[in-house]
Write a protein that binds this ligand. Structure first.
Ligand code: ATP
Ligand code: MG
Length: 424
């Protein structure tokens, strides 16, 4: 036998319940975003490498060691997108979309990071993201948070904790950076390799460490939130007031700095304790400087991205995935010459009852085997066309879940009967 070819490590096929959960999450998210007046944007999966270096930051996990970068046939350095914000900003600048207008956008799709694959952490993973351009006020930060809260509510996920923090202005960060370096210097002999390297280049990133051995040092560090500029304090106060008004509970996590360089002011994460170490299911914040950094006119912006795999894992663990593809009606076709009429009748039902799922038995089989399939499909009714029904131009409608009687109806009256049966 020829040797099988497996998928690339960390890049998974998604099927069965996981695929149902994926679709359910994405459709629910997108309809929620539309309810708030957000619009879809579709973006390329591949971008010029420089875009990510310039936006995410050179001294970040992503740019240092996680990007799938390659030279194309023209020797241009390209990268599979590790996240969606950079490409979205690039598109908005390139399309002139933020010029004297507000944009409220959402996108869905695969992202790629060369990380160590484990539960909730893959090399190809998927995000649903939202970005808003042209608004600097905290009402929009609050809107993004309330919108995600509404989504969790719709999905039946009620164990997520909201953590918020403020990173202040770039200037406030510069002076805080000095304080932080001074503090961390006293613990130089205890810092891990990554943190040592970042001590001078990007010390804030050390606060984002996932290394438990570093936690005590990080806990004792001076807090950025205590050294904010006055406008950022005011912005944060207003955000908290909005969240209070909307009854959205939050905790302030002063060590929440996020893994990307471009954030300022508001940052937030939705976290669960149910997925082990990979507990953040949604993360975002304000990035007022990024549009300019990518070559656009200075434009305030704020956004978030949620990890689809982590959320679908939660949905499945809590049995919150509706079976979307379950047929309501299973069409049983037994005998010679029933296929042609069977196809016509199935189409007629689908057309007359557009919200009802109709699965037609394909490939033949005995009554017994077809009824077994009909039963296993979860359908409520079997519509049966055998040779006798065929010659009488009728079908039988047999309830599969209820104890009501089987009935026989003419082809002409079939859809009318089904409309009636399915309405109760
Ligand atoms: P983490 O701290 O878990 O590495 P991150 O800060 O790198 O996350 P973001 O870049 O903010 O993540 O991405 C937003 C969300 O995308 C995360 O909160 C998470 O739910 C999801 N995500 C990020 N990386 C992965 C991955 N490798 N596999 C699966 N989901 C991921
Ligand atoms: Mg990460």
């Amino acid at each position: 036998m020829v040797q099988k070819i497996s998928a690339v490590r960390g890049m998974n096929d998604i099927h069965g319940e996981a695929a149902d959960a994926f679709d359910y999450l994405v459709t629910t998210a997108e309809s929620t975003f539309k309810q708030y007046g957000y619009r879809s944007i579709r973006l390329p999966i591949v971008e010029k490498t420089e875009l990510f270096c310039r936006s995410i930051g050179e001294v970040t996990d992503i740019v240092e060691k996680e990007m799938y970068t390659f030279a194309d046939r023209n020797n241009e350095s390209l990268t599979l997108r590790p996240e969606g914000t950079a490409g979205c900003v690039r598109a908005v600048v390139q399309g002139g979309l933020a010029y004297n207008q507000i944009q409220k956008l959402f996108y869905t799709g695969p992202m790629f990071r060369y990380e160590r694959p484990q539960k909730g952490r893959y090399r190809q993973f998927h995000q649903v993201g939202v970005e808003v351009f042209g608004l600097a006020t905290p009402d929009v930060d609050a809107e993004l948070i309330v919108l995600t809260a509404r989504l969790w509510e719709k999905l039946g996920l009620n164990n997520l904790e909201l953590q918020i923090n403020s990173l202040g202005s770039q200037e406030a960060r510069v002076s805080y950076r000095e304080r932080l370096i001074a503090y961390l210097n006293d613990y130089k002999d205890q810092l891990d390799e990554d943190s040592l390297r970042r001590l001078d280049s990007n010390p804030l990133r050390i606060l984002d460490t996932k290394n438990p051995a570093m936690q005590a040092i990080v806990e004792g560090a001076p807090k950025l939130i205590e050294h904010l500029d006055a406008e950022s304090v005011e912005h944060f106060e207003q955000l908290k007031a909005h969240l209070d008004d909307l009854d959205i509970a939050y905790v302030i996590n002063p060590n929440l700095v996020r893994g990307l360089d471009y954030y300022n002011r508001t940052v937030f994460e939705w976290v669960t304790t149910e997925l082990g170490a990979q507990g953040t299911v949604c993360a975002g914040g304000r990035y007022d400087g990024l549009v300019e950094q990518i070559g656009g006119k200075a434009t305030p912006a704020v956004g978030f991205a949620m990890g689809i795999e982590r959320l679908t894992a939660l949905l499945m663990d809590h049995d919150k995935v509706p079976v979307l593809a379950k047929p309501d009606i299973y069409v049983v076709l037994v005998g010679n010459n029933v296929q042609r009429s069977g196809l016509i009748l199935s189409e007629k039902i689908r057309k007359a009852l557009p919200h009802i799922n109709v699965q037609m038995n394909c490939g033949g089989g005995s009554f017994k085997s077809q009824f077994k399939k009909a039963d296993r499909s979860g359908a409520r009714y079997a519509v049966v066309l055998g040779e006798q029904e065929m010659s009488d131009q009728v079908v039988s409608i047999k309830p599969l879940r209820e104890t009501t009687e089987q009935i026989t109806v003419s082809w002409d009256a079939l859809t009318e009967h089904l409309v009636q049966l399915m309405s109760v």
